[in-house]
Design a protein around this ligand. Structure first.
Ligand code: ATP
Ligand code: MG
Ligand code: FE
Length: 345
């Protein structure tokens, strides 16, 4: 099927067009520059930027894909989770298009998009799989038995998301927002063994209750204390070493727990998704550790890891293929939509 995908859950306005599992267009307009001086996404600013960006993005995507929007088989749009004011812009646009063009509408779960986007790069996803979803607002391990209908959460972060930890540590180090890409880069010049930062929820007594859960707020506090002590001692802060050591702590825990969960479930494939899946260390360490126990890793190329419309179109394609009924035109945005709900009704 020819699917139009619209994404507006945070600060990226995304429009993607796919035919089956083939990517035809992926236009992303980010308002990140407007949020930099606030050190994080400002919801009102994001909403206004979506309003300005959505129609031009639709036009560019149609031109790039060389399709007439009247020819799409369905319209897929992010219905949640995300910022209410941001979600409603994409949702209203998608509803208007669906009504005007008389096309079925699918309200899609943004998090499932992060997992499904890999099939645009590497084709059908082997099922069942274990997915590690690591993004700005979420960090969880998912048992994926069917991408369109059957996703359950094994565990998740009990405090900060991995991306959130990157963003906070960047701020502590005086690096700009968003912190993920800058820390990734700084870490390449640093020594990951310079400082031994804590690995959250890996102690034996934590593993009993939280084997498949994560915690990054203790790590963030530990980095803050270490940096503060250096400054009190009148010493320079070795930014690259702190970045590399922090990143090693995050990636060590993420990969160890993911491989443990995949082994526990007996699945042969791990799927990696979400903005933090663009991280160079996470990508190589997870591949190494998965392959060491005979598990295949599937991960989208870095450009598809952060928010975009193609990932929503990718889910749309799978739910249409699975024969799921469209969403009513009356659906609303769901800021806290759980990952198990792939299509909103
Ligand atoms: P969610 O998907 O949970 O709703 P979101 O959509 O805001 O949250 P994403 O766009 O999926 O989040 O990811 C953004 C996050 O990814 C930010 O926290 C950013 O710092 C992080 N990130 C991006 N690139 C990298 C990288 N190379 N290394 C580490 N983190 C990264
Ligand atoms: Mg973003
Ligand atoms: Fe996201």
């Amino acid at each position: 099927p020819l699917i139009l995908g619209i994404e507006s859950s945070c600060d990226e306005t995304g429009v993607g067009i796919v035919r089956g599992r083939t990517l035809l267009a992926n236009e992303v307009a980010s308002s990140v520059e407007e949020h930099v001086r606030f050190g994080g996404v400002v919801p009102e600013v994001a909403s206004r930027a979506h309003l300005q960006a959505i129609v031009p993005a639709l036009e560019r995507a149609a031109a790039t894909a060389d399709v007439d929007l009247a020819d799409v088989d369905a319209i897929a749009v992010t219905a949640g989770p995300g910022l209410m004011g941001a979600l409603v812009v994409g949702l209203a646009s998608a509803k208007a298009l669906a009504a005007y063009l008389n096309k079925p509408l699918y309200g899609i779960n943004h998090l499932v998009g992060h997992v499904a986007v890999d099939l645009l790069d590497h084709g059908e996803l082997p099922m069942p799989s274990l997915a590690l979803l690591v993004s700005g607002g979420h960090t969880s391990l998912l048992h994926v038995r069917d991408i369109a209908t059957d996703i359950t959460e094994l565990g998740s972060t009990i405090d900060d998301a991995a991306g959130e930890a990157y963003d906070k540590v960047a701020r502590i180090l005086g690096l700009p927002y968003p912190g993920g890409p800058v820390i990734d880069k700084a870490a390449q010049e640093g020594d990951p063994t310079a400082i031994r930062f804590p690995r959250g929820l890996t102690a034996r007594h934590d593993m009993e209750k939280h084997r498949f859960d994560f915690s990054f707020s203790g790590l963030k506090t530990s980095v803050a204390r270490w940096v503060e002590q250096r400054r009190l001692d009148g010493l320079d802060v070795p930014v690259n070493d702190v970045a590399a050591s922090f990143q090693e702590a995050v990636c060590d825990v993420l990969t160890a727990k993911t491989v443990d969960a995949a082994t526990h479930l007996g699945v042969g494939t791990i799927l990696l998704g979400g903005g933090v899946a663009a991280n160079s260390r996470l990508r190589t360490l997870l591949e190494e550790r998965a392959n060491a126990v005979g598990i295949e890793l599937r991960r989208p190329h870095p450009g598809l890891c952060t928010d975009n419309g193609a990932m929503i179109a990718a889910v749309g394609s799978e739910v249409v293929r699975a024969g799921l009924a469209p969403s009513p035109l009356t659906i609303s945005a769901h800021p806290g939509l759980p990952v198990s709900q792939v299509v909103v009704r």
